[in-house]
Design a protein around this ligand. Structure first.
Ligand SMILES: C[S@@+](CC[C@H](N)C(=O)[O-])C[C@H]1O[C@@H](n2cnc3c(N)ncnc32)[C@H](O)[C@@H]1O
Length: 214
């Protein structure tokens, strides 16, 4: 139980040398589900993009490759994640194409109507107030901008992990939502054109919503 608690804490907010190791490891472990999720949205070359809960910054570098004339920000509330993401993206930061920020989804350090696209990979289930986090992201999106939430576990998926999680996950403070509950989460926060895509056999989910154009 102690081991589960340690690894849960490290995924929620990586810290110390173990957190550093875990964050580097997540960069490769989450790469496939990230590519799958990103394949459901389109980023334009000049887009301004934010990756919330950026961890070790691999998604930030993927997004920078798809928006070569744009700017990508990564944000994470763990100083270890921020340090690793800065190291991985050092060259892009030097070129002024990437910025990595320490901060929380609850209070994003960006003005209203800033981003064309916001992504969040394997992180939303940890946010302290998920509906408030969704509304805070909506604030920083430009009208017509898109939020994509990507995860490799959801309630109702046909995987052993999802079935196990259904019994135990609430004990570790993780939110565990079904595809329909994800749809409701987007709609209740005020997103339009909500689309939920799942790959049930793998347990993957991608939720997409837009900020209404004014
Ligand atoms: C499981 S890791 C995923 C990291 C990365 N997105 C990836 O796919 O490898 C979750 C990350 O979300 C961050 N995180 C969790 N809650 C957060 C919050 N409220 N605000 C900002 N970052 C948060 C954690 O610090 C951690 O780096």
């Amino acid at each position: 139980m102690a081991t589960i608690q340690i690894s849960t804490n490290q995924c929620q907010k990586p810290s110390g040398w173990l957190g550093r190791l875990i964050v580097w490891n997540m960069n490769s472990r989450h790469s496939k589900v990230t590519d799958w999720g990103l394949s459901h949205i389109t980023a334009k070359p000049q887009d301004t993009i934010l990756d919330v809960g950026c961890g070790g910054g691999k998604t930030v570098s993927k997004l920078a490759a798809t928006a070569p004339q744009g700017k990508v920000c990564g944000l994470d509330y763990s100083d270890v994640s921020v340090a690793v993401a800065k190291k991985l993206n050092a060259r892009l930061i030097e070129m002024g194409r990437v910025g990595i920020h320490e901060g929380s989804v609850s209070e994003l350090p960006f003005p209203t109507d800033t981003f064309d696209l916001v992504t969040a990979v394997e992180t939303h289930f940890w946010w302290p107030d998920l509906p408030a986090g969704m509304r805070e992201i909506l604030r920083v999106l430009k009208p017509g901008g898109t939020l994509a939430i990507i995860a490799e576990i959801y309630k109702g998926a046909e995987t052993r992990t999802a079935k196990l999680a259904e019994k135990h996950i609430s004990k570790i403070g993780m939110k565990f939502l079904s595809a329909d509950e994800h749809r409701g989460l987007f709609a209740d926060a005020g997103y339009s054109d909500v689309r939920i895509v799942t790959e049930s056999g793998k347990g993957w989910i991608c939720g997409i919503g837009k900020k209404l154009s004014t």
